[in-house]
Design a protein around this ligand. Sequence first.
Ligand SMILES: Nc1ncnc2c1ncn2[C@@H]1O[C@H](COP(=O)(O)OP(=O)(O)OP(=O)(O)O)[C@@H](O)[C@H]1O
Length: 249
Amino acid sequence: MSELLRLTGVSRRFSGLQALRDVNLSVARGEVLGLIGPNGAGKTTLVNTICGVTPANTGSVVFDGKDITRIKTYQAARLGLSRTFQIVQPFAEFSALDNVAAAALFSQPGASLKSAREAAREHLAFVGLEAQAEQSAATLTLAMRKRLELAKALAMKPKLLFLDEVNAGLNSAEVERATKLIHQLAADGITIVMIEHLMKVVLNVCTRIVVLHNGHPIADGPPREVISNPAVVEAYLGQQYAQRTARHG
Ligand SMILES: Nc1ncnc2c1ncn2[C@@H]1O[C@H](COP(=O)(O)OP(=O)(O)OP(=O)(O)O)[C@@H](O)[C@H]1O
């Protein structure tokens, strides 16, 4: 698999807080990479740093052969870096359809509203929201707003899709539904980096896991191997989880 993203020596500070420290990371095309770690480990900051929200203080980010270390967020989006946000914030008064059409228009400047809405309908159908297309985003349930967020990200035609806790706050049936969608996207060849606290989901969909702790990767490798790594158990998963996994696989 060829390399799509490479971070070399990336660090990011907020005043006195070192949120990322000397991060080296490579993502290959077609991978589904799970980014895990304790609260405050720097996972969202890492995504923000790649996408230009909080650029690296030192180090470099190369995406699809281009140096994007100092890129602006809108340029990152147009290059094919697309993301969902942990806290979803759709245009509340817009319909679900027009929320997604707005994203489609952004990624294809000059496209007509008609064609953007056509594309939006396809993305809404993919996430199972076609029946809610004309409803205002404000009236959707949390699970629906999470799926709307995914449809918006897909309308940007991502080469690399970041999913930031898409399952947070969902019940088990909703998590199962979201997991199926992620499997489908991966099967379609979209490279995915997902921040996820639900280990069941991580183990189900990820081809590789990177664990961040205090802003630095402490493990990187195949899921089963990483979750039994003593440093990962110590920093994040805890003994209880390790014993449960050893018992039940
Ligand atoms: N814009 C910012 N300004 C100041 N501090 C920030 C900013 N963004 C993040 N931080 C701090 O950087 C650290 C890493 O935060 P981050 O949100 O990246 O962690 P996380 O691993 O995504 O955590 P969680 O799992 O709780 O979402 C935290 O201490 C956080 O308070």
